[in-house]
Design a protein. Structure first.
Length: 653
């Protein structure tokens, strides 16, 4: 420990020109050497010590692309090429570590990995950050880009440019990153690399002859990828002589070591035993471990300027890790980095434990999971129907669904989640305003006119890219969702890019499903926020046997009330099981009843069909019924299944 500390201290005295000669690694015992020596690719000679790599030979880069264009598969090939994982032929999206990612085949969490690569006789440290493609996770992309100097823009040669290709290109361009264009999937019979290259040329003003053509699946052209990254990405800026300064850009919770912070070191170096300070809170911490992802957490002696690695320090509470925070060495304060614009929640949903006794455990699970996903906002909420819970804010409905799945699978929780709603804004006559995250807080229809000046809803500018033959149906889709066409342009002879201003609430419902079905899967879609506008909003309430259920209330545009009111009542009728009494379902808006349905009473004896005395069969049926009841919530006298709370969001044509 002391040895490491001395080595680290000695290290700081050396200029970058002297560093190889006086590398502290040389002073360490062979046992401590093991912790920072990483083997290069199979068949290559020797071992590589990460502290031996000067910043000029570090490249921090990411891969950005539209969903499914092959980022994670390309990452697999690069990890194989550099010997981080062996070439078994079985590696599939190795960096998609979460169960939810493997099940859904999508990346939801950016992952970083350090690799060594020999180029022109020199060892390079290549830090790759694999990012998600879906718009709901673009916050992960923008945070990751802050740790990089270059990015591979990957485009499927068969599909060409899609909506998220455009959005991610502009994110990288805005960050000033060097963009390395590549066409993937050239092995596909449907690939049209020349056409896709032309699209890249016309949309992003990138010369077609700069674009590499590869197949991440077959490995074709893979050997050109890292040389292109080295040639086209500048080394990380920063100085070895300046005091330590690092950007915290990701965190997660590790069962063994607790809070792990992923940092990009902007200046100086840090090692175990050092004391660091958070610019955000001023709290001091002792560094317990530093290391790189290779692909798992691999301890190293130090992290130095230009590197991307993790730090474990004695953070007691998970709330202390503030993504975007700048850390510096105790007694060597630095100017804080600008950090990140906080993620803005676009949809909110209530989360409640099915069993109220589970509240504390669920609270802890939510805290741990939000540490791994800082874009989720958390507020406590109490519902008359569902008791104590939380109102969580997400970046979109896929984000919400992934969070729910992770909460249930990784933390073994049994939760009830309500229909998502967008944040509405209420402007009052006294000049004040308020954001409404839950429909239950929407002003009462009877008294609203006395004190409310206007109700506002959030809008987005959406980008749709699709083959020309779908132009008519795409325009119709936008107008039926209260969209306002802004413009449309051709990105090549037969593909259209359409920009349209839409209320965010329309996207939360079923816009994406309809887009896919109306374009037979050929349209892609992305959006960015575009502020608030006044809108004629109404609160719809649901009454069960005359009792309003706050957790089922929804806010909607006046024009949707009749259709939505009928649909909600009829969907609830479909999902509520018959009980020992009639259940009257009513939907109301502005104090008027919009629709009414009845679930007729039924005495249900699940074992009735079991003639004879087969007790095991009876038990099986009773257990099955009990299992179903676990997901029920009793509202007054009525048992509501989980699906009842999600009926508000779905809408048919
Ligand atoms: N034929 C062919 N298929 C490929 C190639 N690269 C990737 N794929 C396939 O394309 C699908 C998506 O690949 P991923 O690597 O998961 O794509 P991704 O961009 O990481 O996806 P997200 O992270 O969810 O955005 C998988 O079924 C891959 O096997 C390629 O070069 N050729």
């Amino acid at each position: 420990m002391l040895q490491t500390r001395l080595a680290c201290a000695a290290w700081r005295w050396h200029t970058s020109a002297q560093w190889t000669r006086h590398c502290p690694a040389m002073a360490l015992s062979s046992s401590s050497r093991r912790s920072y020596v990483i083997r290069p690719a199979e068949g290559k000679r020797g071992e590589v010590d990460i502290s031996m790599i000067p910043p000029e030979r570090i490249r921090n880069f990411s891969i950005i692309a539209h969903i499914d264009h092959g980022k994670s598969t390309l990452a697999d090939r690069l990890l194989e090429l550099t010997g981080v994982i062996s070439k078994t032929g079985k590696n599939k999206q190795v960096l998609d570590k979460l169960k939810v990612e493997r099940e859904r085949g999508i990346t939801v969490k950016a992952q970083s990995v350090s690799m060594f690569y020999e180029y022109k006789g020199q060892q390079y440290l290549m830090n790759l950050i694999d990012t998600p493609g879906h718009v709901d996770f673009s916050y992960e992309v923008s945070r990751s880009l802050a740790a990089c100097q270059g990015t591979i823009l990957l485009v499927d040669a068969a599909q060409g440019i899609q909506a998220q290709t455009v959005a991610n290109f502009y994110l990288a361009f805005g960050e000033g990153l060097s963009v390395i264009p590549m066409l993937n999937k050239v092995d596909l019979p449907t690939a049209e690399p020349e056409r896709a290259a032309k699209q890249i040329e016309s949309a992003f003003e990138i010369e077609a002859d700069r674009i590499l053509k590869i197949s991440a699946k077959t490995g074709l052209g893979i050997e050109q990828v890292l040389p292109a990254v080295i040639e086209q990405t500048p080394p990380p800026p920063g100085s070895a002589e300046k005091p330590f300064k690092a950007l915290l850009f990701d965190t997660w919770y590790d069962t063994y070591v607790g809070v792990v912070c992923l940092m990009a070191v902007k200046d100086g170096s840090i090692c175990r035993g050092d004391r660091i300070v958070s610019s955000h809170s001023g709290t001091k911490y002792e560094v317990m471990e530093v290391g790189v992802m290779h692909p798992e957490q691999t301890p190293t002696t130090l992290l130095r300027v230009g590197q991307v690695g993790y730090i474990v320090c004695n953070m007691k509470s998970i709330a202390e890790a503030h993504v975007g925070d700048t850390f510096y060495r105790d007694r060597f304060p630095v100017e804080a980095l600008p950090g990140f614009v906080p993620a803005k929640s676009m949809v909110f949903a209530g989360v409640f434990p099915i069993d109220a006794g589970e509240f504390d455990r669920l609270n802890e699970s939510i805290q741990k999971l939000t540490l791994n996903d800082s874009s989720v906002s958390v507020h406590k909420e109490t519902s008359a129907a569902l008791g104590q819970g939380w109102r969580l804010g997400f970046l979109g409905t896929l984000h919400m669904d992934v969070f729910r799945q992770r909460l249930e699978e990784e933390y073994d929780t049994n939760i009830l989640i309500t229909s998502p709603t967008v944040p509405y804004q209420i402007k009052y006559r006294d000049g004040t305003s308020k954001f409404i995250r839950t429909p239950a807080d929407f002003p009462d229809a009877n008294t609203m006119n006395d004190y409310v000046e206007s109700t506002m809803e959030p809008f987005v500018i959406s980008t749709l890219i699709f083959p020309e033959k779908y132009l008519g149906s795409m325009l119709e889709l936008c107008t039926t969702h209260r969209g306002e066409l802004q413009n449309h342009t051709f990105i090549d002879e037969s593909r259209v890019m359409l920009k349209c201003r839409l209320p965010m609430a329309e996207i939360v419902t079923d816009f994406f499903d309809k887009l896919k079905s109306k374009s037979q899967g050929f349209a892609s879609f992305d959006y960015e926020e575009a502020g608030y506008d006044a809108s004629d909003l109404v609160k719809m309430e649901v009454l069960l046997n005359g009792e309003a259920v706050d957790a089922l209330a929804a806010v909607m545009h006046k024009s949707s009330v009749i259709v939505a009111g009928r649909e909600i009542a009829s969907r609830l009728k479909d999902v509520i099981r018959r009980q020992l009494f009639d259940i009257i379902i009513q939907t109301t808006a502005n104090g008027k009843i919009v629709a009414r349905e009845t679930v007729k009473q039924l005495r249900k004896n699940v074992t009735a069909k079991c003639y004879g005395g087969d007790i095991t069969r009876k038990m099986k049926l009773l257990n099955k019924q009990k299992e179903g009841k676990k997901r029920m919530k009793r509202i007054g006298k009525v048992d509501l299944p989980h699906e009842a709370f999600l009926t508000i969001v779905k809408r048919s044509e």
